[in-house]
Every structure is written in structure tokens, then in C-alpha cells.
Design a protein around this ligand. Structure first.
Ligand SMILES: Cc1cc2nc3c(=O)[nH]c(=O)nc-3n(C[C@H](O)[C@H](O)[C@H](O)COP(=O)(O)OP(=O)(O)OC[C@H]3O[C@@H](n4cnc5c(N)ncnc54)[C@H](O)[C@@H]3O)c2cc1C
Length: 444
């Protein structure tokens, strides 16, 4: 028994994991969560099914800080260990889907959260909901946290302001209670879905201790657009390649399924592109779409001419309908000023060229994103260079440990963000329970 008291701030996926690991390692653990209910994002995740992890996870699935550090943390608690932890230790049967994603067999995120809460209780973690840490200071041999009691959860989330902020002031709230500990783990998440309590207070606590922040921006978030295509083809889903262009940077390409919505674009490919759009130069960024990712101009022309030759009555609508949903085919045709009911041989060359250019690289007129209220994750956060790569202990404030989304790491869609939470939470929890002296002792 280490006899150390470890205080974990934030009971999301990362904080619950860190608390369990610290308690299993012998520490006395107190876990505080701003929202009265812990793990709210776990319940919302994966369409309420919770995509726990992915079949293959590497550092290349993540953005933000150093990939070497990410790789090291993932190695410390990898996918196989995660599967064993859920299935053997917590009795959560998982299933692997064709997409490579793992979900609980029950298709119910409650199964995952309930198991984590049971495991925390079994390990002896004291969990207190509705307790928001608003101050964090060093005392002689450890830490002192000032706590606000959250009586009304609807008051959470107001602290969030615009993107790209690097300074976060502490909330002007006088703490009602204090908690002392030998070590503190900050697992306060980013800014997405701020009503869950991830409202930037964690950033303010870390700022007040001397940490810097890579400016946070919403990621894995739907894109807004000022595009008539959205009204005309609302509800259509199709496989595309999107390219993000900005002045002075190499274009970035993303492939996958696009869902056209009344407000703009969503679906996996739009979500994966969003973090790059949020971080790109607002003056020059634009997104183009290739609706036929496996075709090029030469192939389109040859195919068109051959069809027109063989089948003189074949309409544009029918021709495009080979690859595209009907409503989208008709709209793209009208945009090129071609009546979709017109036969291929009757289409003027200039209009046909306009249609090809729309099919292969149409500007989607993206204006922004739906913001933190609808972002699955936050890009940015505390730079990995400010933590020890093997323990996740702060280099700025020794005795403080960080894990989860509060760090400048975010994964692509598919279970990668939870894997980061399980891996980084495990490392931070075990390290905080041991403390530096024990580690030095062990290294001797
Ligand atoms: C709708 C949605 C669907 C998602 N689906 C998936 C998915 O299927 N697979 C996947 O891998 N990822 C998914 N994600 C992303 C994933 O949920 C997050 O990356 C992950 O939950 C981050 O965990 P975390 O513990 O770092 O932060 P969070 O889950 O944000 O938890 C932080 C906790 O800290 C608390 N807190 C904040 N500040 C304080 C404070 N000052 N004092 C005390 N407590 C505080 C909050 O109340 C919160 O409970 C999804 C996210 C969303 C929003």
C-alpha cells in the first residue's frame, strides 16, 4: 500500500481509468467530477453504442503532439491489453465489426460505463459527482484543490469561448471546500460538449500553474456550408474524396462517406477533415469534393463518348446514376446547366466539361463548423513536450499528471480517442500512485 492520496480531477474515460489504476496500485484515490453524472461522453459515444477501440491503433491515427510520445503511451497499454481489461477483468464482451471498430456486444454504452464504475468501486475509489475544481495550488508536500459544489448541472458550460484561445482565466468563484492530496491527475477533457462539464476550467487550472496551451479548436465536427447543394440533396450519402486547400500548404485529401445535411456536410469524411479545416487559414481555406474518387477526366470523357456512341438515347441522369444517388446526379447536372433528361450526344461540350469539373473537384462552399457543442473532440490542449513521456507527469509542476483529451492529442474517427483515454489514463494513474521517489528508487 503506497498510502499516497491521489486526487483525480474529471471522471470521463481517462479520469475513471486513471483513478482505477492509481487505486489498484495502492493509492487512496478521490475522483471529483464537475457534472453530477460521471462519464457522460461515454454514454453519448458511438451513437450510444460506444466504439471502445479499434482493431489496429498506431501513432499515425493521431494528430497534435509528438507521435513518438503517443506511440510510447499506446505501447504502455495497447489494444490487446485493452480488450483483455474489458473482457476478462470487467466482463464486458466486445464484438469486432467489419470497419475494424470494437463495440460492446450489448450495443449499449451503459454496459461500458457501468463496468468502469463497478471497477472503480471495487478498487476503492471515492467518486464524488457535482464537484468542480476551480483552484489548484501547491502546498508543502503536495496539492490543495478548491472545490465548487455544482447544484445545478445546467450552469456548466458557460465558460467556453471562441476557438484558438491560449489564455484561460480561473473562474471568479470562491471555493466552498478544499481537498489535499500528494499527487493530482488532471483529466478534465477538452471543450467539446461543454455541458458535460468539460468547459475549459481544466485549461485555466493548468494555465495558472504555468502550462501553455496549443490553441484548442473543435474537431470531428460537422461542417457548415453556404451551398445550394445542401438544400437540394439533403439526406444523400455517397462515397467521396474531400480535399482541403489553403495557401502555402500541401492539399490534404480524405476519403470516405459524406452525408449532405441541411446545414452543410457531415459523415465520417467531413468529420475527419474538420480538425484540419478548423486549424487552417480562414482567409484562404476551401474544401473541394471529388464525387467520383476512382475516376479522372480522361476516363470520364472516354466513357461518356463511348456510351453516347452506343446508346444515343441514354440520358445524363441515367449515366450519372450509375455511380451517384439520383438527387445528387440531377443537381450536379442542373448546376452545369444541363437538363438531366437530355441525351448524352445532345450535351454541348462546354457544359459537359463544366459537369466533369463539378464531379471531380466541386467547391463545397464550407463556411465553418458546428463548434464545440457538436464536436466529438477538441484538437489542441497541453503540449506533450510539457509532460514526461513515460509517466505523463508535468514538467512544469512536478506531482501533477495529465491524461486524456486535455493533452494536445486527438485521434481520427473509429475508437482511437477512447484508446488514448484508456492508455494515457493507465500511465498517469500508475505513475501518480508510485510518485517520483518510488520511481527513482526502482530505477536504482
Ligand atoms: C458525441 C460523441 C461521440 C463520441 N464517440 C466516440 C467513440 O465512439 N469512440 C471514441 O473513441 N471516442 C468517441 N468520442 C470522443 C471521446 O468521448 C473523448 O475523446 C473521450 O471521452 C475523452 O475523455 P476524457 O476523459 O479525456 O474527457 P471527458 O470525457 O471530456 O471527461 C472530462 C470530465 O472532466 C470533468 N471536468 C471538467 N472540468 C472539471 C473540473 N474543473 N473539475 C472537476 N471535473 C471536471 C467533466 O465533467 C467530464 O466528466 C465521442 C465524443 C462525443 C462528444
Amino acid at each position: 500500500m503506497s498510502n499516497r492520496h491521489v486526487l483525480v480531477i474529471g471522471a470521463g474515460a481517462a479520469g475513471l481509468t486513471a483513478a482505477i489504476r492509481a487505486a489498484e496500485s495502492g493509492a487512496r484515490v478521490t475522483l471529483l467530477n464537475a457534472h453530477p453524472k460521471p462519464g457522460l461522453k461515454i454514454l453519448m459515444s458511438g451513437g450510444t453504442r460506444c466504439n471502445v477501440t479499434h482493431q489496429k491503433v498506431t501513432e499515425r491515427d493521431y494528430f497534435g503532439g509528438s507521435r513518438n510520445v503517443v506511440a510510447r503511451i499506446l505501447r504502455a497499454f495497447d489494444v490487446q491489453q485493452t480488450l483483455d481489461w474489458f473482457e476478462d477483468d470487467m466482463q464486458v464482451a466486445l464484438k469486432l465489426e467489419d470497419t475494424g471498430k470494437y463495440f460492446p456486444l450489448t450495443d449499449d454504452a451503459n454496459t461500458v460505463l457501468d463496468a468502469l464504475l463497478r471497477e472503480a468501486e471495487r478498487a476503492g475509489v471515492t467518486l464524488r459527482g457535482g464537484q468542480r475544481v476551480v483552484r489548484l495550488t501547491r502546498v508543502a508536500n503536495g496539492w490543495r484543490a478548491g472545490i465548487q459544489r455544482v447544484r445545478d448541472a445546467s450552469s456548466l458550460g458557460d465558460a467556453v469561448s471562441g476557438s484558438g484561445q491560449t489564455e484561460w482565466p480561473l473562474p471568479a468563484i470562491h471555493p466552498e471546500a478544499w481537498e489535499e492530496a500528494d499527487a493530482v491527475i488532471v483529466a478534465t477533457g477538452g471543450l467539446s460538449y461543454p455541458r458535460s462539464g468539460s468547459d475549459g476550467t481544466g485549461y485555466a487550472l493548468l494555465n495558472s500553474l504555468g502550462h501553455t496551451l496549443t490553441p484548442p479548436v473543435p474537431a470531428l465536427v460537422p461542417l457548415t456550408a453556404d451551398d445550394p447543394l445542401c438544400a437540394a440533396a439533403q439526406g444523400v450519402t455517397t462515397d467521396v474524396a474531400l480535399t482541403l486547400h489553403q495557401k502555402g500548404a500541401k492539399p490534404q485529401k480524405f476519403e470516405g462517406s459524406l452525408l449532405i445535411a441541411h446545414f452543410g456536410y457531415t459523415g465520417p469524411v467531413a468529420l475527419d477533415l474538420s480538425r484540419h479545416f478548423s486549424g487552417a487559414d480562414p482567409a484562404t481555406r476551401r474544401v473541394t469534393c471529388n464525387f467520383l474518387p476512382h475516376a479522372d477526366h480522361e476516363w470520364l470523357l472516354e466513357d461518356w463518348l463511348a456510351r453516347a456512341d452506343r446508346e444515343s438515347v441514354r440520358t445524363v441522369r441515367r449515366h450519372l446514376g450509375t455511380w451517384l444517388p439520383d438527387r445528387l446526379a440531377c443537381e450536379l447536372s442542373w448546376e452545369a446547366e444541363i437538363d438531366p433528361g437530355r441525351a448524352l450526344p445532345q450535351v454541348a461540350r462546354a457544359r459537359r466539361e463544366k459537369l466533369f469539373s463539378n464531379l471531380l473537384a466541386r467547391d463545397l462552399r464550407v463556411t465553418g463548423t458546428l463548434g464545440y457543442e457538436r464536436a466529438e473532440v477538441t484538437a489542441g490542449g497541453v503540449p506533450l513536450s510539457e509532460v514526461d513521456a513515460s509517466t505523463l507527469e508535468s514538467r512544469v509542476a512536478p506531482g501533477l499528471y495529465l491524461c486524456g483529451e486535455v493533452l494536445d492529442v486527438e485521434g481520427r474517427l473509429g475508437g482511437f480517442n477512447f484508446q488514448w483515454a484508456w492508455s494515457s489514463g493507465t500511465v498517469a494513474g500508475r505513475s501518480a500512485a508510485k510518485g517520483r521517489d518510488a520511481e527513482r528508487e526502482a530505477a536504482r
